[in-house]
Design a protein around this ligand. Structure first.
Ligand code: CMC
Length: 441
């Protein structure tokens, strides 16, 4: 008997099945062959939140949550954060290898060629209310890009995919900056392609009356590293969304808009915003124990803590914590960091957090940096989205190259059996309230 197999005995029928194990997974379709009766349905795995199911084969990001290891295309995140830059990492994610000098120059040039957005897009952004959440603006505007580039529908055309990839990586910072300036009532700033990718982003955000904006090199580098750290994270909620939407063969702007929408929630990228809100609410380190108690009592979650796959310190959080102090040298210390440090100290000694393996995640310290740099909290998930765009487009292209089928999960139906339609005038009309949706389990 081959050793890389799983033997399953179906006690309903007494039948035995040999299922191959490949890379520590079993093919889900094999379960479908297991039937209680020849004409009955095949067996299915019940896996809410796709928590223990590999949904694709991927070469992009390696993550060992128990060991706290993260690598892009084999390169440790620590090395990339120390020695690379965001555009190079974006190339690595999208193309699979680090670029040669010539290829990197071409890549940079090609991205910079696409930083400008159509004038109508600015009017589109003007249509949002002055207090619109920048993440809502980003999601809507990226979705609108698909109407500006109908050629993006040619998803099987390699050249078209290349162009849309460059456009997306190039235009995300421009749209983010437009959203920021719209929220502040400031005139929009055109891209300055003499600057680096991140330097230009800072210019589009913060340029006022000066003829040329010169970004502070420490802040420029810090933001660039933050983009690297957010660039990919294998099959997280937003990336899975990108692959699922892409599997219907929707265009890449719709794919990235959908992924950004998934990112915006407070359990995902939206957490960065809620962490700083929580730190401000706590105010001073002496108030931390009270917060910890309310978390342990189940009244709330400690934002920026916990992760579906990391059961160890998130390696990105460790790097971000270090960057925070470099940024504070320039901006002055954000007092919220003292509350964050005290929270981490107490939580990591507390049985509740130890037992559940809850550690600071990528969002725990990032907000204190963004705030010190002058961003309002609503911009934090937008900054996350800029970095993650490289990962989304890389994963989308991989899904297409793998020629994956349309995503179509199954369900466990627990609803009503067959019922017959009752005409309106014969239904019970005595209830005061409309029925609420009921949880099936
Ligand atoms: N504070 C307090 N308790 C927590 C937390 C938290 N932040 N996270 C998980 N737990 C507890 C949870 O109550 C549960 O306890 P019990 O077993 O007693 O019911 C246990 O830990 C396992 O939690 P879970 O809900 O099964 O974990 P999950 O894998 O479904 O959720 C998570 C992962 C990230 C959504 C969750 O940890 C969370 O809500 N964290 C706060 C939000 C956050 O920081 N999100 C950013 C994630 S990292 C960046 C990103 O992906 O965007």
């Amino acid at each position: 008997m081959p050793s890389d197999t799983l033997t399953i005995v179906d006690n309903r029928t007494g039948k035995q099945y040999e299922i191959p194990i490949e890379h520590n997974t079993i093919p889900g379709a094999e379960l479908n062959k297991i039937k209680a009766s020849p004409d009955g349905p095949g067996l299915r795995a019940f896996d809410v939140a796709i928590a223990n199911t590999a949904t694709c084969k991927s070469n992009i990001t390696y993550l060992d949550g128990e060991g706290g290891v993260l690598r892009y295309r084999g390169f440790p995140i620590e090395e990339l954060a120390e020695r690379s830059n965001y555009l190079e990492v974006a190339y690595l994610l999208v193309k699979g290898e680090l670029p040669s000098t010539t290829h990197f120059e071409m890549w940079q040039h090609n991205i910079k060629m696409h930083t400008i957005v159509h004038e109508n897009l600015k009017q589109f952004i003007d249509g949002f209310r002055y207090d619109a959440h920048p993440m809502g603006i980003l999601i809507g505007t990226v979705g609108a890009l698909s109407t500006f580039y109908p050629d993006a529908k040619a998803i099987h055309d390699v050249e078209s995919r290349r162009v849309q990839t460059r456009r997306l990586i190039a235009k995300l910072p421009t749209i983010a900056a437009l959203a920021y300036r719209h929220s502040r009532g400031l005139k929009y700033v055109s891209p300055d392609n003499d600057l680096s990718y991140t330097g230009n982003f800072l210019s589009m955000l913060f340029k006022m009356t000066e003829l040329k904006y010169r970004p502070d090199p420490v802040l420029e580098r810090a933001l660039d590293v933050l983009f690297i750290l957010h660039a990919d994270h294998e099959q997280n909620c937003s990336t899975t969304t990108a692959r699922v939407v892409g599997s219907s063969h929707a265009d890449p702007y719709s794919v990235v808009a959908a992924a950004a929408a998934a990112l915006s929630g407070p359990r995902h990228g939206g957490a960065s915003e809620d962490v700083v809100r929580m730190l401000h609410e706590v105010g001073t380190p002496d108030k931390v124990p009270a917060l910890i108690e309310s978390v342990k009592a189940g009244d709330r979650r400690l934002m920026g803590f916990g992760h579906r796959v990391y059961k160890n310190y998130d390696p990105r959080a460790r790097i971000i914590k270090k960057i925070a102090y470099e940024v504070f040298e320039v901006t002055g210390k954000n007092p919220a960091i003292d509350v964050a440090l005290e929270l981490e100290r107490i939580a990591l000694e507390d049985e509740y957090f130890i037992e559940r393996k809850l550690y600071p995640n990528v969002d725990f310290y990032s907000g204190t940096i963004y705030e010190a740099m002058g961003f309002q909290m609503e911009m934090f998930p937008v900054l996350f989205a800029i970095g993650r765009t490289a990962g989304w487009v890389a994963q989308w292209a991989e899904m297409l190259v793998n020629d994956e089928r349309i995503a179509r999960p199954r369900q466990m139906y627990l609803g009503e059996g067959l019922r017959s339609y009752v005409p309106l005038d014969r239904r019970d009309d005595s209830g005061e309230r409309e029925p609420e949706i009921r949880a099936p389990y």
